[in-house]
Design a protein around this ligand. Structure first.
Ligand code: HEM
Ligand code: HEM
Length: 174
């Protein structure tokens, strides 16, 4: 466990993965409502390409946290402590689910993962329609859960920064 806040590497991991996850979420939400066509395909390919490039880093970041555990929580009301610990675990597991279901959505449709038009990672599986539909639903559902939990997480971080400036700053900033 990281007892006294988060170390330098954990902070870099946090901010880089946060930027990746937010980018993926924003692109996904943006193309969701688009009618089928070239523009939607463009954003979908961008989403997939960034996902493939970021894959190894994000998986490493998630397992690093699973192995090391979370830092001891900030001193605050026990209910808020539990809520913040729970939300951190939901974020970690949610991100893992997104990065595993994402490539599988493409592969279970019998397609390869095209990366920035440079190369394609072929599908290791046959086309599996039911699995594809199921994964798509899971990807969408978990993206909505992440969206709300990230909202809560960022609101909590800002609130703490205003209330207890120094305590939180030493943990993930500066
Ligand atoms: C700009 C937005 C964000 C801010 C201001 C922010 C802020 C913070 C802060 C201050 C902590 C430390 C909490 C503590 O000391 O107990 C933290 C931890 C954490 N945050 Fe964020 N965060 C942001 C975005 C995200 C996003 C998008 C994710 C989704 C992956 C995320 C996932 C986590 C996780 C899993 C932890 C626990 C420690 C770790 O494994 O890094 N954060 N965040
Ligand atoms: C944290 C990471 C990720 C987030 C937050 C995310 C988020 C989203 C969102 C919001 C959508 C739109 C869903 C909708 O139609 O409402 C989406 C769709 C999609 N994502 Fe991701 N995604 C992530 C990772 C990935 C990865 C790594 C891949 C593949 C390499 C991927 C492949 C796809 C595909 C193929 C779709 C289209 C699904 C469909 O047919 O509607 N995603 N994603």
């Amino acid at each position: 466990m990281e007892k006294h806040g988060y170390g330098k590497l954990s902070r870099w991991n946090h901010w880089l993965s946060a930027a990746i996850v937010l980018t993926m979420l924003l692109i996904g939400l943006y193309f969701h409502d688009m009618p089928r066509g070239d523009e939607k395909l463009y954003w979908l390919h961008l989403h997939i390409s960034i996902g493939v490039v970021a894959f190894l880093f994000v998986i490493y970041r998630v397992f690093w946290r699973l192995r090391r555990g979370m830092a001891a929580p900030l001193e605050q009301h026990s209910l808020l402590q539990r809520l913040s610990q729970l939300s951190h675990w939901v974020l970690i597991v949610g991100v893992l689910v997104m990065f595993i279901s994402g490539p599988l959505i493409v592969w279970s449709a019998g397609r390869g993962l095209e990366v920035f038009g440079l190369f394609t990672i072929p599908s290791p599986m046959e086309r599996m329609h039911e699995l594809h539909e199921w994964l798509e639903e899971a990807h969408i559902l978990v993206s909505r859960i992440l969206m709300w939990v990230i909202g809560l997480h960022v609101t909590g971080a800002i609130w703490h920064l205003i209330q207890h400036r120094d305590k939180l700053r030493g943990r993930m900033w500066g």
